[in-house]
Design a protein around this ligand. Structure first.
Ligand code: UVW
Length: 333
């Protein structure tokens, strides 16, 4: 039985089943994975993650670098107790990890909104495919000490086999590094100029140059306004949202902070839906979002060769109940 009577306009709830929790990731069939592998010509691999300990970004001060320390109690650890003379050494460690601090996946439980899914005139906080706040997802309203997601957690992505055809659009080459909300026409102009062929089931990677700004922040010793830098998708453009629906893509990933233009959320009078691309992708369509990826080297290599497609392998942590995860994606060209 569906968890909804009404589904939001522009949503695909139910199309992949009443209990589906991985949305468009269902489009990655074995045939599409084989086609992705056919994009590997050189066997060269690019790591697409920033270090996990990048400095905190002013927009999200509650996300911090990992706190890593040795895993032992006052009596040391088990290995050292069994080896009191210290003739051998074994090291373990532990970490306090903010799962969305650096290169990351957003799970579909990362964003929901109030919507009258029951059709009874009462709007409730709902997530992709009609999963509910409270029963299935508890967010920032005080779930300290408990995992956030009893449904739509990142483990659903971890077990989906995140591997397929990636395509990269170089927005930095097309439009530079000044802040620029990108409309459908802007995106299509870059896609056509760079001869990028976007296919159903693809991971769409958007390179903006924000990764370099982030890496240089520490060296320069000052804050760069990263939230308003480089290109970012303009969720106000309904035709862009429709293009995302029609394109059949499985995920959108970028080296910028949030995939989408943040002047909306930062404006003194934000609109009712503050992150419309997140709303479309995570809430309505089950399209996963990858943020703060490190794309500089891959973009340069592809650009020098007039290529745009590759095999992408990007599983998150299999961390039950998490609404996001660090990821170390690999692009093989
Ligand atoms: C923002 O930082 C606005 O986006 P996300 O929460 O998806 O990281």
């Amino acid at each position: 039985m569906p968890r909804w009577v009404n589904r939001p306009e522009g949503s695909n709830w139910g199309d992949f089943g009443d209990d589906d929790q991985i949305g468009r990731m269902n489009l990655i069939t074995s045939e599409r994975r084989r086609a992705a592998m056919a994009e590997v010509r050189e066997g060269i691999a690019f790591t697409l993650s920033l270090p996990l300990n990048v400095p905190t970004i002013p927009l999200t001060p509650f996300r911090r670098p990992p706190l890593l320390s040795a895993a032992c109690d006052e009596e040391g650890d088990m290995y050292n107790r069994l080896d009191p003379n210290g003739e051998e050494s074994t090291c373990d460690d532990r970490v306090l990890l903010y799962t969305q601090h650096s290169t990351q996946w957003d799970a579909l439980s990362h964003r929901g909104r109030t919507f009258d899914a029951d059709g009874d005139g009462v709007a409730e906080l709902v997530y992709y495919n009609g999963f509910r706040a409270g029963d299935h997802v508890s967010g920032g309203e005080g779930a300290a000490g408990a995992p956030c997601a009893r449904a739509l957690g990142i483990e659903t992505l971890a077990t989906a086999g995140v591997q397929g055809r990636g395509v990269l659009v170089n927005l930095k080459a097309a439009y530079g590094t000044e802040y620029r909300p990108i409309t459908r026409d802007d995106l299509l102009r870059a896609i056509n100029a760079q001869r990028v062929e976007v296919r159903t089931g693809d991971f769409l990677l958007l390179y903006t140059g924000v990764d370099r700004m982030l890496l240089d922040r520490e060296a320069r010793g000052k804050d760069v306004p990263l939230a308003m830098a480089g290109c970012a998708l303009d969720g106000r453009d309904e035709s862009l949202l429709q293009w995302i629906i029609d394109s059949g893509i499985t995920a959108i990933c970028s080296d910028n902070l949030a995939i989408e233009a943040l002047d909306l959320i930062l404006s003194p009078e934000p609109p009712p839906i503050r992150l419309p691309v997140h709303d479309l992708c995570l809430f309505r369509q089950g399209i996963f979002l990858g943020e703060l990826w490190y794309l500089e080297e891959l973009a340069q290599w592809l650009g020098e060769r007039g290529r745009h497609a590759f095999l992408l392998t990007a599983p998150p942590l299999r961390l039950p109940g998490s609404v996001g995860s660090p990821v170390t994606p690999i692009a093989t060209v």
